[in-house]
Design a binder for this molecule. Structure first.
Ligand SMILES: *[C@@H]1O[C@H](CO)[C@@H](O)[C@H](O)[C@H]1NC(C)=O
Length: 429
């Protein structure tokens, strides 16, 4: 299972707090020995303020021994830090906690700073303090507090670097709170900021981060599987992936396989997979390569089995397996039909990695929903393809379009009837 695990590659481009959910997942899936995961967690927590949490894990790991001196000291330090930042940020935090005060703020930064300075004796020291105070809470795992404080900080700070840093922090906090809508907004802001950056190397680096952080959104938000395809295929982002992070190809490939609306990009994906073959392959890219480049059905089928292990044990993809296999079978079937006239269901079942009966049922369904020109000869156990080669996907898309048009018409006439019933006087005569 560990052979295809990408946690360490992906983790390099994440905030340490974002790595935590990945470790939790690996622990549940028992991808690595429990001890290794727990040690990794302690290591990760060591650089945060979550000392109690680290202590608990340590005790769990070493029930016999005392908690190390360093951890107890760290706890003391954290308390001192809290006191310090709390004191500095207090006037501003107090100001922000009053809705009446906050109402006086306007969209003009200079005006706000002036107002804070003259009316409330709050200056740059307190505003800087707010940043540290927010960072403190973030490091404690108090992401909601951090997100709120960082939001306010972003409206008041005067340094661009600091503002960008606060936005990254807020983006991480959004993700950790699973507030996907806000996360998408902040991602858009970061994307714009990166585009305006004049340092090409910094741009490349930040784009690579953004792609990794956004994986949380892509595989959780309902529109995510469109967004990932749209973002990753932009030249700048494709370039970042091919330069810095080949492993992201897995996520793009899975998103494309399960996304019926983005079929047109498949060719482009295959091209990238072929280009990257020296640097990155996994069962998912191999599967696509077998099917669309080599027309090796046996190879594809073998790879599909490996894909199951990979997807089930990937934090981001674990919920995609069902859809992935369904679409992968569709790919196999379609490609197979394109090059065969008479298909033996037994053989097809093998290629699709399904039971004979299930495969027959699946084919019947497929033929019906896609209106394929094909007949099933149950006795001989074969599917005979019609003369014309129909594009399965075009058919499906056409059907879906008709469906939504018809639903629209239906809803319209229904609404007319309802309205007519509500206003009987207006009807008739
Ligand atoms: C989170 O931070 C806020 C300060 O903004 C604090 O009042 C609250 O107690 C913290 N929550 C936890 C669970 O530490």
């Amino acid at each position: 299972m560990a052979a295809y695990d990408l946690t360490s590659q992906v983790g390099c481009f994440l905030d340490r707090h974002l790595v935590f959910p990945l470790l939790e997942f690996l622990q549940v899936k028992a991808v690595y020995p429990e001890r290794e995961i727990l040690e990794a967690k302690i290591e990760l927590l060591g650089k945060t303020n979550m000392v109690d949490f680290a202590m608990d894990i340590y005790k769990n790991l070493n029930p016999e021994s005392e908690v190390p001196e360093g951890m107890a000291q760290k706890k003391q330090q954290v308390m001192e830090k809290l006191k310090k930042y709390q004191e500095i940020a207090a006037p501003l935090v107090h100001f922000l906690s009053s809705p009446d005060h906050v109402k006086q703020l306007q969209s003009d930064r200079a005006y706000n700073l002036q107002l804070l300075e003259t009316e409330f004796q709050i200056g740059s020291e307190q505003i800087e303090g707010l940043y540290h105070y927010a960072k403190f809470w973030f490091d404690c795992g108090n992401y909601s507090a951090a997100a709120e404080l960082l939001y306010h900080y972003g409206t008041l700070c005067t340094s661009t670097d600091r503002m960008v840093s606060a936005l990254w922090g807020k983006f991480a906090a959004d993700i950790l709170m699973q507030d996907w809508e806000t996360a998408i907004e902040d991602m858009g802001r970061l994307k714009d900021i990166i585009d305006k950056n004049t340092d090409a190397l910094g741009q490349l680096q930040q784009r690579t981060w953004l792609m990794h952080w956004a994986l949380f959104i892509f595989f959780n938000h309902e529109n995510g599987r469109n967004s990932i395809v749209d973002l990753f295929f932009q030249d700048r982002y494709m370039n970042a992936m091919q330069t810095n992070a080949h492993h992201l190809l897995r996520y793009l490939a899975v998103a494309l396989v399960i996304n019926k609306h983005k079929r047109s990009m498949l060719k482009e994906l295959i091209r990238v997979i072929q280009q990257e073959q020296h640097g990155y392959t996994d069962p998912i890219t191999d599967f696509l390569d077998c099917l669309f480049v080599k027309y090796d059905f046996d190879g594809a089928q073998m790879k599909l089995r490996e894909c199951e292990v990979v997807l089930q044990n990937d934090f981001f993809l674990t919920n995609c397996w069902e859809e992935f296999v369904e679409n992968a079978r569709l790919f196999i079937f379609e490609t197979y039909c394109r090059i065969h006239k008479c298909i033996d269901i037994k053989m097809l079942a093998e290629k699709l990695n399904m039971e004979h009966e299930a495969a027959e049922l699946w084919v019947v369904n497929m033929i019906r929903t896609a209106r394929l020109q094909a007949k099933i000869d149950s006795k001989a156990g074969t599917v005979i393809m019609g003369t014309q080669h129909l594009n399965l996907y075009e058919q499906i898309i056409e059907k879906t379009k008709q469906l939504s048009y018809r639903s629209y018409k239906l809803t319209n006439s229904y609404m007319q009837v309802v309205q007519a019933q509500q206003n009987p006087v207006a009807v008739g005569y």
